[in-house]
Design a protein around this ligand. Structure first.
Ligand code: UD1
Length: 328
């Protein structure tokens, strides 16, 4: 099989490309390089530079590389930005997906893996979120992921495509320092940035109904997440056309913001007390996956723990910010 990996020059996408090629699959990267980095694409993997909104380019890429499966990660993913720019998010994430799926059905591609998000659940009021927990996204970003799942499933049914939507929980870490996340939009890099600046990391609220009052999340190592894509892609390639899977990709273990901040101090050698600030609007108290369905359907479960995530993310951070190591 040859897999077209959209967004394959991005943080998560580059890990997926690497996991797929390590597993012996052929990969082609399709990325508009708006946030992706060409250097992340390994030697020997073709890179097609363009948007999934470009129907002609997508069709050419599928034909020229004889693509038989697609892993679609290319999307805008900042929750706050999506609230300010819903039209842009619906255009890029939904229209980009529609154009891609249209080309995919024309080209006779058989398998389609869609990058979804725990953001589809919104503020779930359950201990462990299962795939049956009602989806009530709280942002245009989450809406595009949920509606994207619907479009993927409907297209699969109508056109005999095997599909999967993987709902990522909180992704962190790096398989190697040069593949680390360069964005500072999530807890781990935001804490790293504060420490590097000699400032106190911020905890957005310590008055939640959780054991230590801070929000609880399910952090998953990006290398584990990438491996879940490989197993999913192979499973789809081996299943009957029209099969659809919707899977949480998490570890099923809750870690609080305070626990994460303490662990980061421990790993980095800093000893900077975090400062509790006001709650960030829209943050749910607890979002932790039930990882049972992925284990059952894929025979996959995460192997790496939170310390692996922080240690590997820090190695990537120090590579980009050498002063972080020096100012200790
Ligand atoms: C974010 C996205 C969510 C997406 C998920 C996984 C938002 C609002 N949500 O979730 O849609 O599904 O990533 O990709 O962006 N925190 C601090 N201090 C900081 C930074 C974060 O206390 O400096 C807290 C947050 O309040 C939250 C937790 O850390 O409780 C994790 O935050 P973050 O990494 O931004 O991810 P989520 O908001 O859980």
């Amino acid at each position: 099989m040859t897999w077209l990996i959209t967004g394959g020059a991005g943080y998560i996408g580059a890990h997926v490309v690497r996991a797929m090629t390590d597993a012996g699959e052929r990969a082609v990267v399709y990325d508009d390089l708006s946030s992706g980095i060409a250097k992340r694409v390994p030697q020997g993997v073709p890179l097609v530079t363009g948007s999934t909104l470009d129907a002609d380019l997508v069709a050419r890429a599928l034909a020229e590389h004889e693509v038989t499966g697609v892993v679609h990660l290319a999307a805008k993913k900042q929750v706050g930005e999506s609230v300010e720019q819903p039209l842009r998010y619906y255009h890029e994430n939904m229209e980009g997906l529609r154009v891609l799926l249209s080309a995919v059905t024309e080209a006779g591609v058989r398998s389609f893996v869609f990058s979804s998000s725990a953001a589809v659940y919104g503020m779930p009021d359950v201990d462990l979120v299962t795939e049956e927990t009602p989806c009530l996204p709280m942002s245009p970003y989450g809406e595009t992921k949920l509606a994207g799942e619907w479009l993927v499933r409907a297209t699969g049914r109508a056109h005999g495509l095997s599909t999967a939507s993987l709902r990522y929980f909180n992704v962190a870490g790096a398989a190697s320092p040069e593949l680390a996340d360069t964005g500072v939009y999530n807890l781990v890099p935001m804490v790293f940035e504060k420490l590097t600046d000699g400032a106190a990391p911020r905890i957005f609220g310590a008055d939640y109904a959780t054991p230590d009052g801070t929000c609880v999340r399910d952090y998953i190592h990006v290398a584990d997440l990438a491996e879940a894509h490989v197993v999913t892609a192979r499973k789809l390639a081996a299943t009957a056309p029209g099969t659809d899977l919707t899977l949480n990709i998490g570890r099923g273990e809750g870690v609080s913001v305070r626990e994460m901040a303490d662990l980061i101090n421990d790993v980095t050698g800093y000893d900077t007390a975090a400062e509790v600030t006001a709650r960030r609007p829209g943050d749910p108290a607890r979002v932790v996956a039930s990882a049972d369905r992925a284990a059952r359907e894929l025979g996959w479960s995460a192997k790496r723990d939170v310390r692996d995530m922080v240690t590997s993310a820090w190695a990537g951070w120090v590579r980009l910010h050498p002063e972080a190591a020096r100012t200790r």
